[in-house]
Write a protein that binds this ligand. Structure first.
Ligand SMILES: Cc1cc2nc3c(=O)[nH]c(=O)nc-3n(C[C@H](O)[C@H](O)[C@H](O)COP(=O)(O)O)c2cc1C
Length: 465
């Protein structure tokens, strides 16, 4: 990002004091959010599928506290976490974090135990949460020895530095030139001056709590966080081996470690639409941005398939509704072959729903009702786009048509007519499969089937995964 702000040590300290003074934050809150950001950022670049074993090295101060919080979150994200916390701070906040981690069964290791074997033989990624922006001088034992184990010459696994690579000067960076070379840096609140020297693969920003007063006062130029994300990428070469396409084959999650299972006796007796209602509501409350995004498969009459995403805009006992252009590719397919399929994938829940059935247009009144519930700009958009036809004159053709129609419908008292080629489809299901990810690929699959779209008699069957 261009022109991003870097803080001096003094600025970072006074910003922290302001957050914890006039702005009403407690240290626990800031630590909790910082640790969550670090865990989210690390999990984004080093997924459990490729980097399941994480070592967290926590120092005696706030940086170490951030590390302990991150360790706890990483455990809940599904990592096998080990903590090295050689100089525990005896304060209720830190005691509590240690108790929380121990209660999850996270093992604690001494610095000596760590030194017994090369780190890369036991861990896939190391979180360096030893020293933060208050650190000055030279690291003392046992941290000096741990830092040695994390230097490039010791061939450690990728190192994720929390805010400051330990041993670096907060402003001048790696003054000796022989210090840590983390693969990832997660800057908290705002990057400190030393981050300018960071030459690793991933630079992230975390700590999504900065109020506007602070942004103005410190003239912080920082990128926005997207959606519900706790971190945002702000730089790095992106060259980490974890990110490369070569590792696609190794990317696999073990599902169902949380113990979710599907039992025939738990499935709605009234049929799949009632079951879908429960699943959809859970997905909608799970932080998924567009739980109603579904892939829709259609085919020509001679069996040439095509798949694309559309948005579910309603469901009831009849089936699943979406809106589109009837003259589009999918519209033409459905005109000649009304058999289609849908699939939802709700990743945080490790759940899939698959539907097959027969598609019809929804009644005109229903399309009208939805069309007029949309913002006026979207209504005009439906008139503008001759979906799926080539734009021979490029994007300009689309924009000219949009401008012309916006002029034509500038008077907001004149309703935009719903074009006859735009409306809803409903897929009336013949089968609906509920899929729950389980460990070792022994997933649960329960499918409702019926013999015709007018039948109310659903049969429930279990399928091999
Ligand atoms: C998440 C997502 C949701 C979409 N929702 C719709 C939709 O509800 N209706 C629609 O016509 N196109 C939607 N699109 C665009 C379609 O995927 C597709 O590009 C377009 O409908 C043309 O498809 P076709 O040429 O196969 O007919 C969506 C795309 C995405 C990525």
């Amino acid at each position: 990002m261009e022109g991003i702000t870097y803080l001096t040590q003094k600025e970072a300290q006074s910003l922290d004091e302001e957050l914890m003074g006039p702005l009403g934050f407690s240290v626990d809150q800031l630590m909790e959010l910082a640790g969550l950001s670090v865990a989210s950022a690390a999990a984004t670049e080093y997924p459990t599928s490729t980097h399941p074993r994480v070592l967290v090295v926590a120092g005696p101060g706030n940086n170490g506290g951030d590390g302990l919080v991150a360790a706890r979150h990483l455990h809940h994200f599904g990592y096998q976490v080990t903590i090295c916390y050689p100089k525990p701070t005896s304060k209720p906040l830190y005691d509590g974090l240690v108790t929380q981690c121990r209660s999850l069964g996270i093992p604690f290791m001494s610095a000596e135990e760590l030194a017994a074997a090369p780190l890369s033989s036991k861990y896939d990624v190391v979180l360096d949460a030893m020293f933060g922006f208050s650190f000055q001088g030279a690291p003392r034992p046992p941290f000096d020895a741990i830092i040695e184990m994390l230097k490039p010459g010791a061939h450690p696994p990728p190192v994720v530095a929390v805010d400051i690579p330990s041993g670096w000067n907060v402003e001048a960076g790696d003054e000796s030139g022989g210090g840590l070379r983390p693969d990832m840096l997660v800057s908290l609140t705002a990057p400190k001056l030393c981050a300018k020297q960071f030459a690793g693969s991933h630079h992230y920003l975390g700590g999504r709590f900065v109020p506007p007063q602070i942004k103005e006062k410190y003239k912080l130029n920082l990128p926005p966080y997207l959606g519900v994300s706790q971190c945002v990428r702000i730089g790095g070469s992106g060259r980490s081996p974890a990110a490369g396409p070569a590792n696609v084959a190794d990317m696999r999650l073990s599902y169902g470690s949380g113990g979710q299972s599907l039992d025939e006796s738990d499935m709605a007796e009234a049929g799949p639409m009632q079951e879908f209602d429960a699943w959809f509501k859970l997905a909608a409350s799970s932080g998924i941005q567009e739980p109603n995004a579904m892939s829709l498969a259609t085919a020509t009459v001679d069996g040439r398939p095509s798949v694309r995403y559309v948005l579910l805009k309603g469901y009831d006992e009849r089936g699943f509704v979406w809106y589109t252009n009837y003259d589009s590719t999918k519209g033409k397919h459905l005109e000649e072959n009304s058999v289609a399929g849908l699939a939802f994938w709700w990743e945080p829940l490790q759940r899939q729903v698959r539907v097959e059935g027969v598609v019809e247009k929804v009644p005109d009144e229903e399309s009208d009702a939805y069309f007029y519930s949309r913002p006026r700009g979207h209504q005009i958009g439906a008139l503008v786009s001759m979906q799926s036809t080539p734009l021979h004159r490029g994007r300009a053709e689309l924009e000219e048509r949009a401008a012309r129609l916006e002029r034509q419908y500038a008077d907001e008292s004149v309703p935009v007519p719903r074009p006859p080629h735009w409306g809803g489809f409903i897929l009336r299901p013949l089968s609906v499969e509920f899929w729950q990810g389980r460990p070792s690929r022994l997933h649960d699959r329960l499918r409702y089937v019926r013999s015709s779209v007018d039948s109310n008699e659903w049969r429930l069957e279990r399928l091999a995964p």
